[in-house]
Design a protein around this ligand. Sequence first.
Ligand code: HXC
Length: 258
Amino acid sequence: MSYENITTTQKERVHYITVNRPKQLNALNKATIQELHEALKSAEADENTRVVILTGSGEKAFVAGADIKEFADFDTENGKQLAAEGQKKLFDFIENLSKPVIAAVNGFALGGGLELAMASHIRIASDNAKLGLPEVSLGVIPGYGGTQRLSQLVGRGKAMELITTAGMISASDAQNWGLVNHVVPQEELMALAEKIALKICNNSGNAIKSAIKAVNANYQASVNGYEVEVAEFGNCFGTPEFIEGTTAFIEKRKPKFK
Ligand code: HXC
């Protein structure tokens, strides 16, 4: 499939998706959100894909936010629709993908850009990255899940400060806050993302799918995460990957998951 605003490549079992609007600092317009949705949907369906690496093109930005030029004249209803559609198609969609998505944050991750990274399962950053939710400086608030996910990741106090000041934090502060897992020089970012991706590829895709479901259950109102964990734990038993994993352990060899 060919896209206008993103590029995709597959290397062995890793699927790479790059937001490719460098002149606009990879801002997310509607078309880009739709293309990201399509690309993630195909990665989910592709048996050969085990993990996704998501990044931005150029050296300056991961994603500098939703495309401000596109919503500058919106009214209340348009605004609600923009947020709801985006959350459904992209942000919640990523969070609930059965394959881990690694956000390789290679520069500015602002507004919808930070929200995109936060919806991903794993975040790493280059040392030039700057992260923030500047929406209140535009007279709006984060609308792609930022008020919820930032609080989950860094706690309510730090989230309130970042959101109400509309400030940006450095990659190293983001690491101290627990917002990104690792920080490396920009030229080492993709190598680190690949190293993490390859480790994931060695494990059972079926079990990873269950693990993502169980971890996410902790953040869903009216769902008992412990019950989801028990159910998913049970679902793993008897699967070919469970049989291969346990047999390999007993036979003192590395498992080979298909
Ligand atoms: C549209 C954007 C953009 C954005 C940058 N550009 N961010 N266009 N939407 N979010 C465009 C600029 O207009 C400019 O285009 C080009 O990219 C380069 O940007 P500059 O501002 O010239 O670069 P620089 O001076 O280096 O500043 C970098 C920056 C700044 C600090 C990242 O661009 C910036 O503050 N951007 C906006 C960040 C932001 O507020 N994000 C949150 C958006 S709201 P031209 O054509 O002029 O060269 C949001 C809401 C999500 O995300 C929820 C929705 C429901």
